[in-house]
Design a protein. Structure first.
Lengths: 107, 121
């Protein structure tokens, strides 16, 4: 299976900070990466698909980039409602896999 | 509004069977694959498998193959996840999601609200 290594596993940040989360794939996967946000007790929801495409309704402070093996999710100015866990996902393989998650906490 | 609504929480004993459901609405259920994802307590997301409701073609993660069965009834827009013999290690939250595609790149949207399964003697 394709492994997705996500870093950091957790971070503390303040409102207004720029935050970057990285995902590395164990092989080249073109742009077959999606990013999800999960808040405690809730189902995940998609933020970015196909590495850099915005899901309708998602604030524009969220952006994605990358291709091949390295991908990033950036939050340009962290807001109180953004404190959550974020997951990357590869959908290149028929057997999809997720990164381990990044928990974003309040500093 | 496109929605997936899952069945309620379940408490079962080891060895019992269980089927949980995921009902789609607001779209043509047959036109989109459905996937299932496990989340164990305090842990990350694990892809289990998917089904094409139009013909019930399925594909499983090797980690779950043989232990669960995914099925669907397109006449009532519902997908199912079935265990014939539960283990304590099956205790987890289970999510269904619709698979969408953009230029052949799949992603999961929307997700159901989740079904909590607790297996304990």
């Amino acid at each position: 299976d394709i492994q997705m290594t996500q870093s950091p596993s957790s971070l503390s940040a303040s409102v207004g900070d720029r935050v970057t989360i990285t995902c590395r794939a164990s092989q080249s996967i073109s742009s077959y990466v999606n990013w999800y946000q999960q808040k405690p007790g809730k189902a995940p929801k998609v933020l970015i698909y196909a590495a850099s495409s915005f899901q309708s309704g998602v604030p524009l402070r969220f952006s994605g980039s990358g291709s091949g093996t390295v991908f990033t999710l950036t939050i340009s100015s962290l807001q109180p409602e953004d404190f959550a866990t974020y997951y990357c996902q590869q959908s290149y393989s028929a057997r999809s896999t997720f990164g381990g998650g990044t928990r974003v906490e309040i500093k | 509004e496109v929605q997936l609504v899952q069945s309620g929480a379940e408490v079962k004993e080891p060895g019992e069977s269980l089927r949980i459901s995921c009902k789609g609405s607001g779209y043509n259920f047959s036109n989109y694959w459905i996937t299932w994802v496990r989340q164990m307590p305090g842990k990350g997301l694990e892809w289990m498998g998917r089904i094409d409701p139009s013909d019930s073609d399925t594909h499983y993660s090797p980690s779950f193959q043989g232990h669960v069965t995914i099925s669907a009834d397109k006449s009532i827009s519902t997908a199912y996840l079935h265990w014939s013999s539960l283990k304590a290690s099956d205790s987890a939250m289970y999510y269904c999601a619709r698979i969408r595609r953009y230029s052949s790149i799949p992603w999961f949207d929307p997700w159901g609200q989740g079904t909590l399964v607790t297996v304990s003697s």
